[in-house]
Ligand binder design. Structure first.
Ligand code: NAD
Length: 297
């Protein structure tokens, strides 16, 4: 069994991005700039945004953190997004989800300029992805591809089973794995909460992507010997022995499943750090795109 270590792969990708940005400094004119909007004080969101800001600083990218109280009205948030869309000093805009219930997430996502949508959630980028066109790929699915690529896990011809059909993870992953490129070229089965006899599918899978948000859900009897297992889940489970009173657990029962796998991602330290690397990659691509626009206009 080989561990797909997202911390190592993410660090290498980030070092490469730092070098790319330095070598393209003259063309880009300024560091790539990511603007993060954070509404309220949702503890996991605070942690995710802090890691994104820190990662930008580590590789010489610029970042801005724009905070709003959870009482903010949708119009005010949309106005801020309009300003960031128009700001030529900003390359990427990220609105950390979830948003408070009184704000419609789709309206907010659709307000972001698709060329600054480094989270890849805008329907235009989703459409580009579905049609195999160039666009921003959502950070977690892109991170999974980069991880498979980094460890040279060949996916052509594999039967991939994706568990979970969210727009953020499961659905884009299933599209990406079925594309005619590497990583890709899998035969994909997309399973979800209404799938009957899930284990009939997972037991046939050469590659499993677990993205359902249920701690230690995937057990050894559901996995074929030699399978590649990518665990996307990040679940907090109460643990009084920890300083914060919880620990992070994936959707895969790692202890049980790992011995059967050819490759497996740990949680933490698997897909999580890759999501950051992919976000930075998208931010760099956005900066290149904007520099190209400046040159051609
Ligand atoms: P979601 O709640 O939006 O979607 C969950 C999906 O799982 C749904 O499509 C549902 O149909 C399916 N599902 C639920 N129960 C099921 C069952 N018993 N059998 C089969 N399918 C079932 O979740 P999400 O936003 O896609 O996130 C999934 C997990 O990934 C969460 O733990 C989340 O925290 C984590 N996540 C991690 C990262 C990262 O960077 N590592 C990024 C995004 C999400």
């Amino acid at each position: 069994m080989q561990l797909l270590d997202g911390r190592i792969a993410s660090q290498i990708i980030q070092q490469q991005l730092a070098e790319d940005w330095r070598s393209q400094q003259e063309f880009l004119g300024r560091p790539p700039h990511l603007a993060c909007i954070l509404v309220g004080h949702h503890p996991p969101s605070e942690t995710y945004v802090a890691s994104k800001i820190k990662a930008c600083a580590n590789i010489g990218f610029q970042s801005s953190l724009i905070r709003f109280p959870d009482t903010i009205q949708e119009d005010e948030l949309l106005e801020k997004i309009r300003q960031l869309n128009a700001d030529t000093a900003v390359d990427g805009i990220l609105v950390q989800l979830p948003l408070p219930r009184h704000i419609d997430e789709q309206t907010v996502i659709q307000a972001i300029d698709p060329d600054k949508d480094v989270d890849g959630f805008h329907p235009i980028n989703m459409g580009r992805l579905a049609n195999g066109l160039q666009g921003f790929i959502p950070a977690t699915p892109l991170g999974i591809l980069l991880l498979l690529e980094h460890y040279r896990v060949h996916t052509r011809g594999l039967h991939a089973v994706v568990i979970g059909r969210s727009h953020i993870v499961g659905t884009p992953v299933s599209l990406l794995l079925s594309r005619n490129r590497e990583p890709g070229n899998c035969t994909v089965t997309l399973c979800h909460s209404q799938t009957r006899h899930l284990e009939l599918f997972t037991r046939q899978a050469d590659l499993i992507v677990a993205a359902l948000g249920k701690p230690a859900f995937l057990k050894a009897h559901m996995v074929k010997e030699g399978a590649v297992v990518v665990d996307v889940g990040i679940n907090r489970v109460v643990d009084s022995s920890k300083k914060l009173g919880f620990r992070l657990v994936g959707d895969v029962d790692f202890e049980e499943v790992a011995p059967k796998c050819s490759y497996i991602t740990p949680v933490p330290g698997g897909v999580g750090p890759m999501t950051i690397a992919a976000l930075l990659k998208n931010t760099y691509e956005a900066a290149r795109l904007h520099a190209q626009h400046r040159f051609s206009s």
